[in-house]
Ligand binder design. Structure first.
Ligand code: SIN
Length: 538
């Protein structure tokens, strides 16, 4: 007997109300599809609104200094440390100008420069000033505001406090709906031939993260249970600079945008020595993986007796309050005035470079299942995402995914069917233990022994549970994501991008210039798939 006690119907159900999900829903509406959006929290509670730096994009007429889409592509490939899919990078980066233009038509307001063009900043790994921003350092908040307002204007139905649990599938495995817990915890089904996952990342795998509490890897777990593959999951990007508020920070830590370094701030240790000098030709504007790893190594030597953070000297930035109001407010709340003293900062988990294997149109290998934004692994990021390419990806792939759903429906490729839906049972680990061991052994700097410890702790703290609440769904997702990550991280015996192996320093191109694909066994364990699949994904 089905567990579902209510039913809704749509052509497309979108999971998530961040940049990718809302962009897709708005586009689907334009295309005449019946679209329904579900989110487990309130509409604006996702990760998008916390994005600070901006959107990396080369806009026609805005870049007089010779910046080009090709240069943006080249910077993305360098940051990705040999694992980007070049065709995906070219498609997404070249789709940026149209996507940002459409976003502005939908009401997003970007900061102007004197003279009327858009202001642009620079972040780590960019060879030019090409990052457009809003509200100084509140770009994500403006993008989210504009998209939520547009969704309201276009009457896109958004079900808040509704938790996506599992895909509903036909006997042949095609997705034909979504099992959802409503705001009272009652299970129901949204019957739909297309489900788009735009549910964000998994920063909550770690004790300290720039991500909000909703970032628990739910979409990754749902997709894998539905038979989709994941790739590049070992590459979790740590942002080099979140505000350090004391030893043992927990949960979401305020971001100190990389654009602060783009405007001239430098990293210092407690003795006033430059952290990035001699580490990389771009020094403080090296790609993010390089800076985060350098801070970690440098702090471990405890200069001046300080071993868990460094300092960002922004005292030379004259108009800090106007340019970085969000960072300023967080600093002042912590009793720090960036105008008069360096900001204490430390790395924290920030972005999943890997995820559900999908093409640039959001299609996964499972009929009817699509993925866009941080949950997806399109090949744009490779082993390390270039700064401010994430909002860009959400805008471009969100649009393309809605177009793909419309095209697949028109061709009759999707399953219009009702399916049987039972609340699934899945392994669930204790969240606190999981976050503790992931932070200790699977963050920046991993080795075989530590990764094995994570596995043992998960074994000891895991029990099978029915996924009948938001907490259970999240904990099951974190458990699956942690298992997938440590399986891939243990196998990759090299250091590349965000994956730093202390027992295998250096990049091994002969062996490891490829992605790893993870799939679920019938008993629900993530295992590495045949490397031939990895070649197809890469
Ligand atoms: C930042 O502003 O430093 C973060 C932006 C991003 O993750 O791309």
């Amino acid at each position: 007997m089905s567990a579902a006690r209510w039913e809704a119907r749509a052509d497309l159900v979108v999971v998530g109300t961040g940049v990718a999900g809302l962009t897709a829903a708005l586009r689907a509406r334009e295309l005449g599809l019946r679209v329904l959006v579900v989110t487990k929290a309130a509409g604006g509670d996702g990760n998008t609104r916390w994005a600070q730096g901006g959107v990396a994009v080369v806009l026609p007429g805005e870049h007089d200094e010779g910046d080009t889409v090709d240069a943006h592509v080249a910077d993305t490939l360098v940051a990705g440390a040999g694992l980007c899919d070049e065709a995906a990078v070219a498609a997404i980066v070249s789709g940026g100008p149209a996507a940002v233009t459409r976003l502005r038509e939908r009401g997003a307001v970007f900061d102007p420069a004197p003279g009327g063009k858009l202001a642009r900043t620079r972040e780590g790994g960019h060879s030019a000033f090409r990052v457009v921003h809003a509200g100084g350092d509140a770009t994500g908040a403006e993008v989210e505001r504009a998209l939520l307002a547009a969704a309201g204007d276009d009457r896109v139905p958004v079900l808040e406090d509704h938790v996506a649990v599992d895909a509903v599938r036909t006997p042949l495995g095609a997705v034909c709906g979504l099992l959802v817990l409503d705001s009272a915890g009652v299970p129901g089904v949204v019957t739909a031939p297309a489900v788009l996952l735009a549910s964000g990342g998994l920063g909550q795998l770690y004790q300290a993260t720039s991500n909000p509490e909703v970032a628990t890897g739910d979409g990754l777990a749902l997709a894998m249970r539905a038979g989709a593959h994941a790739a590049d999951v070992e590459f979790v990007q740590f942002h080099p600079t979140v505000l350090y508020t004391g030893r043992g920070a927990r949960g979401r830590c305020p971001l100190v945008t990389e654009a602060v370094r783009g405007e001239g701030a430098v990293l210092l240790d407690a003795l006033g020595q430059r952290v990035m000098r001699g580490v990389h030709p771009l020094e403080d504007l090296a790609p993010r993986d390089v800076v985060a790893a350098a801070i970690t190594r440098h702090a471990a030597t405890a200069p001046g007796g300080v071993d868990d953070h460094v300092f960002l000297d922004a005292t030379g930035i004259g108009d800090f309050a106007r340019r970085f109001p969000t960072v300023l407010a967080a600093c002042l709340a912590a009793g720090i005035d960036p105008a008069s003293r360096p900001i204490p900062v430390a790395p924290a988990a920030h972005f999943a470079c890997g995820g559900v294997v999908a093409d640039v149109d959001g299609r996964t290998a499972v009929t009817g299942l699509y993925a866009a934004g941080e949950v997806a692994r399109t090949g744009l990021h490779g082993a390390n995402r270039l700064a401010s390419n994430s909002l860009l990806e959400g805008l471009v792939v969100g649009t393309r995914a809605a177009d793909a759903v419309a095209a697949d429906l028109a061709l009759g490729l999707l399953a219009r069917a009702s399916g049987h839906a039972e609340l699934p049972t899945a392994p669930v680990a204790d969240r606190d233990s999981l976050q503790r061991v992931m932070s200790r052994y699977a963050a920046i700097g991993r080795d075989a022994e530590g990764l094995a410890v994570v596995g043992s702790v998960l074994d000891l703290s895991t029990t099978d549970r029915v996924l009948d609440s938001r907490e259970r769904v999240e904990d099951a997702a974190l458990t699956l994501a942690a298992r997938a990550l440590i399986a891939a991280a243990a196998e990759r015996t090299e250091t590349r991008g965000c994956h730093v192996r202390t027992d295998h320093a250096g990049r091994d191109d002969a062996r490891w210039s490829r992605s790893q694909v993870v799939r679920l066994t019938p008993s629900g364990q993530p295992v590495l798939a045949d490397p031939a699949l990895a070649r197809d994904a890469a």
